[in-house]
Design a protein around this ligand. Sequence first.
Ligand code: IMP
Length: 197
Amino acid sequence: MKKIVLASKNSDKVKEMRLVLKDLPLEILSLADFADLPDAVEDGSTFEENALIKAKFFREQTGLACLADDSGLEVDALGGLPGVHSARFAGYHADDLTNNKKLLDELKKIGVEESAADYRCALAFVDTDGTVLLSEGKILGKIKIVARGTGGFGYDPYFYLDDEHTMAQLPVDEKNKISHRGAALKEMILKLKEIFS
Ligand code: IMP
């Protein structure tokens, strides 16, 4: 069976991706299956560039076909930030807690309690023969400064789908049905099926 590596060190992303890909005739590995891999240098200026950087880098490191995700939150009131800096919004050692605090601090600084926002996800697949496939997904929502829910990861407790419900209130399979990553994966699966059937 063809092996592909989910080229992300974020275990929450890997969990979401595995669930959507589970019915494809592929053996799915993740970076956790390889010891001591270095980090890719994500210095692209778009989600797509960074996804491709990661897929190419880990394709070389592992010798296997790789599927990489680059994703993030764009908040209108912050001019689109944190955008491609979503993972490290609060600095090099940032985690979900410090990133969310930074998000709230930035909104408080400009006196904003809610703002239109979106999540975007770019996926890049790089095969062992160099074939590249790309896909994208997006979901519109709203950031509010009051957290709700304990599911998901990252900015999910502050990302409202409507006035009442956040992404963090959805079980992972429900999140995949509507999320930016779910949409990008759906498009990617169609492309993968074309080359593997
Ligand atoms: P990446 O690993 O460089 O693509 O960074 C992605 C970052 O964007 C994550 O660390 C989260 O902060 C944020 N992010 C991406 N997708 C989601 C999501 O589905 N929910 C919440 N935050 C997300």
